[in-house]
Unconditional design. Sequence first.
Length: 159
Amino acid sequence: MIMVITLLGIVAAIIAIPLLQGARGWFDATTREGITQSGRIGIERMTREIRNTARKSDNTPCISAALATSFTFSDMSGDLTACNTITFSWAGAGNPIIRGADTLADNVNSLSILYYDSNNNITGTLANIRRLSIEITSTKGSETLRKYSEVYLSNMKGY
């Protein structure tokens, strides 16, 4: 009887190690997939909407705020006077990137937005912005993911 219990213990230990490693791998892959999906969806939505920034009558972009962690603008269907229809923002480590009141990406450690003029120089002048670079770093568990994208304001070509 003791021999049977011992043999069953040895067999269980041999089987348990691969099962444990498989379960751990599945949890790691699920975490990685979740963080990848969140960052990808967030940055794609931002670039798609920012690309459609409207142009005012004086041919300047309809932007009301361009900060390192937020961007406020209007597209053609928005308020072309105040230029504040759409806002993407981030409130700091651990907070999501939001569009208005909607969450775009969770588990965000950093958001960095840089603004460039038509000569590819960094600018802080709203009327001169022609291109943005956006970088999101997200962490969940031991996984860290960096997403980067550049977006040209399509209605600003030639200006």
